[in-house]
Structures are given as structure tokens and as C-alpha cells.
Write a protein that binds this ligand. Structure first.
Ligand SMILES: [Zn+2]
Length: 184
């Protein structure tokens, strides 16, 4: 919570408990110091629980009651971070079971990023080629990629919307994969 949020919160407590003393500087400071590490929503939730709990609702809530069992924001953030040795896709955050699966998955996500950017630029509907982009596997993507690239080349000839980097990517794929395939 921020200083201001704590002060706002104290007003709310005061509204429920007339006898609550929160106008002295040192009391306010004490509340601020103790509530700052926590998430505003968590504190409000705890306060609500306190108000609804018949066995304690008559008492003014104490700081330690409101912060009991709560996880500080810093700790929450740390928990969200992947542990060492976990295989997390750097593009979509999906967890994979080993490095091999991760490399295939990341390749897929990277390719999808490219595909969706190109589709946006050239107003190509990816559905006829790839179906649901969120569920497609790398194999399925590979199977449809040639047809997609041919469509991109056709559209780009008319629209001229791709940048040099994107054009180079398409050209590379065409020269190294498509042309060779046609030769065979
Ligand atoms: Zn991914």
C-alpha cells in the first residue's frame, strides 16, 4: 500500500469504529509502516472479514490482526517468478516438461508471433491456414506454412506493407525451403 492508501484505509476504519484513534502522527506512522508491505486489496479483504466476524466485530481491528497470514507484495512477486531449472516459454510463459519440448514450443511461439504480425499487416485471415492459433502445434504449423507463405508473397506483391526484415524472412524461407521442394 502507499502512504495515501493507508490514510484512506484509516478513514474507513474510523467510519466503522468511532472510538478508533488515528489522528495522532505516531499512530498514523505506525499503521503506514506496517501496512506498506501489503497489497491494498488484501488489507481491505481482511478488514471486511473482521467486520463480518461476530466474535470480534465489536473490537477495533489491530494492525497484527489485519496483516496476519497475509503474504507481502514482494513475496508474492517472487513466487510468480520461475524457479531455476523450470522450462518456461519466453514468449507465452507456458511451462514445458524438458528442454527439448521447450525448444519446440518456443520455436512454435516465435513463428506464431511472426505469422500474426504478417497477418495483421496484410489483412490475411490466419484461420483457413492454421485454424486456432492458440492451440496449433509446431507440426501443424509446418504443414500449412508453405501455403501461408505463398499467400503472403501474393498479397505483398499487391500491398507492399512488409518491412525489410519481414521481407527477408519470407524470401529466405522461399529460397531455402519452397524452391528446393519444387525442384524435387
Ligand atoms: Zn510459448
Amino acid at each position: 500500500m502507499t502512504n495515501i492508501e493507508v490514510k484512506e484505509f484509516l478513514k474507513k476504519v474510523k467510519a466503522h469504529y468511532q472510538e478508533f484513534k488515528c489522528d495522532e502522527e505516531f499512530i498514523i506512522r505506525e499503521w503506514i509502516e506496517n501496512l506498506i508491505p501489503y497489497d491494498k486489496n488484501d488489507i481491505y479483504e481482511k478488514f471486511k472479514e473482521h467486520l463480518e466476524n461476530e466474535s470480534v466485530q465489536k473490537e477495533v481491528p489491530k494492525i497484527h490482526v489485519l496483516t496476519k497470514w497475509l503474504t507481502p507484495i514482494q513475496e508474492k512477486k517472487a513466487k510468480k517468478q520461475p524457479f531455476k531449472g523450470q522450462f518456461i516459454c519466453r514468449w507465452c510463459g507456458e511451462k514445458c516438461s524438458n528442454t527439448y519440448i521447450l525448444s519446440l514450443h518456443e520455436e512454435r511461439c516465435l513463428r506464431l508471433k511472426f505469422v500474426s504480425k504478417i497477418c495483421d499487416k496484410l489483412l490475411i485471415d490466419p484461420k483457413p491456414f492454421f485454424g486456432n492459433l492458440f492451440q496449433i502445434t509446431l507440426d501443424e504449423l509446418d504443414n500449412q506454412y508453405d501455403a501461408f507463405i505463398l499467400k503472403v508473397i501474393e498479397e505483398e506483391k499487391k500491398q507492399h506493407k512488409l518491412n525489410n526484415f519481414e521481407k527477408a524472412g519470407i524470401r529466405d524461407y522461399y529460397n531455402h525451403v519452397l524452391e528446393k521442394r519444387e525442384e524435387n
